[in-house]
Write a protein that binds this ligand. Structure first.
Ligand code: SF4
Length: 341
């Protein structure tokens, strides 16, 4: 277990041992439900989840990477730990997934800043140790870059379909891949999300704590907003199924993938209102923007042109093609499953 200073626990609260932290601070969960002063932290925890559920990153009480006031550290850590308690009590897995992802993106910002810190060597070292401890990636600083072994790079970049992440497009020397601080932490985003998610899933579910009921009920209501309608049918081609699965997992489907999916489903006769909920799990989901973009694709706004689904050829170059024998040399996903003349 890493030894963390007070600023570090506030930045990376998922590294704290929750039970121990509460015990060390001399609190019990029951006190948070009954003491009016402590109750505010339960509201703050609810807010932290609500912000995450909406695909945003919780705005912390930290200024730069320092605790703003003496009281801010406990608030930061307690709101995270209480958020986990609320999530466990609600049992809403959609919210847990979205919370873990948003917290991973929040930590990612601090990790990137710590890696790039040139005035305080200890911050950089801690960030490197966190990456090593959690994901077994040995990162070393080399001039302005961070380098990792090719084998580690390949193992962790497997989830990226964009061309810039292909090894052939990277600066490689002596078996080491060169990365900027941003790329180094971007590489572990998914695993960081999975790590936080599994920490929450594996945490013990307490029995209902008096004073927590309201927040838990509100979470159950909130989660209803994020129930997706599965529109996958056996007739959809693998590229479309893959895009839908990525969105359902809360992954950040690239713009080209969203374009393909929207254009495909519109061509299949689905309405903008039927398609929009599919995008609700995207980490950057914004209802207004999604509706605007779908209406644009449908030709009901903007130039009035309805866009058609890109060709298989084009989708291959965008790393969106996951061809199977049934694709049978078709030239557009819209032809999938239709008998060829
Ligand atoms: S061949 Fe065409 S339909 Fe099949 S997965 Fe690739 S892009 Fe989709």
């Amino acid at each position: 277990m890493l030894a963390l200073g007070q600023d570090e626990i506030a930045k990376y609260p998922f590294l704290a041992d929750a039970g121990q932290y509460l015990k060390d601070k001399g609190f019990t969960l029951e006190q948070f439900g009954s003491d009016p002063d402590l109750k505010q932290l339960v509201d703050k925890a609810f807010e932290r989840i609500r912000v995450a559920a909406n695909g945003k990153i919780y705005k912390s009480d930290l200024i730069g990477d320092q605790v703003s006031k003496e009281a801010a550290l406990p608030r930061e850590v307690f709101s995270f730990l209480l958020a986990i308690v609320l999530l466990k009590l609600s049992g809403m897995h959609t919210l847990i997934k979205r919370f873990a992802l948003a917290e991973a993106r929040r930590a990612e910002k601090y990790l990137e800043k710590d890696l790039a810190n040139i005035s305080d060597e200890s911050k950089k070292e801690l960030a490197i140790r966190i990456i090593d401890d959690l994901f077994s990636i040995q990162v070393e600083k080399l001039d302005d870059y961070f380098v990792i072994a090719v084998s580690d790079y390949l193992k962790h970049s497997i989830n990226f379909h964009e061309r810039e992440w292909k090894l052939i497009n990277r600066h490689v020397e002596n078996g080491q891949v060169f990365l900027t601080p941003h790329e180094t932490v971007r590489l572990i985003r998914k695993e960081l999300g999975t790590y936080i998610n599994s920490k929450i899933i594996n945490a013990k579910t307490p029995t209902m704590i008096p004073g927590f009921e309201d927040s838990v009920n509100k979470l159950v209501l909130l989660s209803k907003k994020f129930i997706t309608f599965t529109v996958t049918t056996g007739e959809y081609p693998p590229c479309i199924k893959h895009a839908i699965e990525e969105l359902e997992k809360g992954e950040n489907l690239p713009h080209s993938g969203r374009f393909m999916l929207g254009a495909f489903l519109l061509s299949k006769g689905q309405s903008v209102e039927q398609i929009a909920p599919l995008f609700k799990n995207a980490p950057d989901y914004n209802e207004r923007v999604t509706l605007y973009q779908l209406n644009h694709l449908a030709g009901t706004s903007g130039s009035g042109t309805q866009y058609i689904c890109p060709s298989c050829e084009k989708l291959k170059t965008q790393d969106l093609c996951f061809a199977i024998p049934e694709c049978d040399n078709i030239i557009n996903p819209l032809q999938f499953g239709k008998k060829r003349k």
